[in-house]
Design a protein around this ligand. Structure first.
Ligand code: C2G
Length: 128
């Protein structure tokens, strides 16, 4: 079984997120999403609208997602890849090159980011 992993906050889930998850899952037979905790989001200077438990619940309902585990540190990726038996690490290409150190442990794939949609844009557009 070819196992794929990806990371993110996935707040205010939108079609750009779904396209990423769909393409990531298509690279293997199993997709693990490592979901940023609310505390880790603070380290990323992000404040998610939905709390971790609700973002996890939403992701677990998506047919492309097989497992959701918490992301609590920038430094857990090697342990995750080894611990989860991962073959392929996937991120959107806004992260291009940032995680190449993982190439010693698994395949690293950066997928084209979906244009014209983001959680930030949604929040901005909804501001009255
Ligand atoms: N994404 C995308 N297209 C968009 C928006 C997001 O392909 N229009 C992708 C991002 O590139 C990322 C994933 O969807 O691969 C999740 O995006 P975020 O929730 O914004 O994740 P981020 O805060 O970048 O978290 O350790 C890594 C970090 O946790 C990454």
């Amino acid at each position: 079984m070819k196992k794929v992993i990806t990371y993110g906050t996935f707040d205010l889930l939108h079609w750009g997120h779904i396209r990423l998850l769909e393409r990531a899952r298509a690279l293997g037979d199993h997709l693990t999403v490592v979901l940023s905790t609310d505390e880790f989001n603070a380290l990323k200077h992000k404040h998610a609208y939905h709390i971790y438990e609700h973002r996890k619940y939403i992701l677990e309902s998506i047919k492309y997602v097989d497992k959701v585990i918490p992301e609590y540190s920038w430094n857990q990726k090697i342990d995750d890849v080894l611990g989860e038996g991962i073959d392929t690490f996937v991120m959107g290409d806004d992260w291009e090159g940032e995680f190449d150190f993982l190439k010693d442990y698994c395949e690293v794939v950066y997928l084209k980011r979906t244009k014209d949609i983001s959680t930030t844009k949604i929040k901005e557009d909804l501001k009255v």
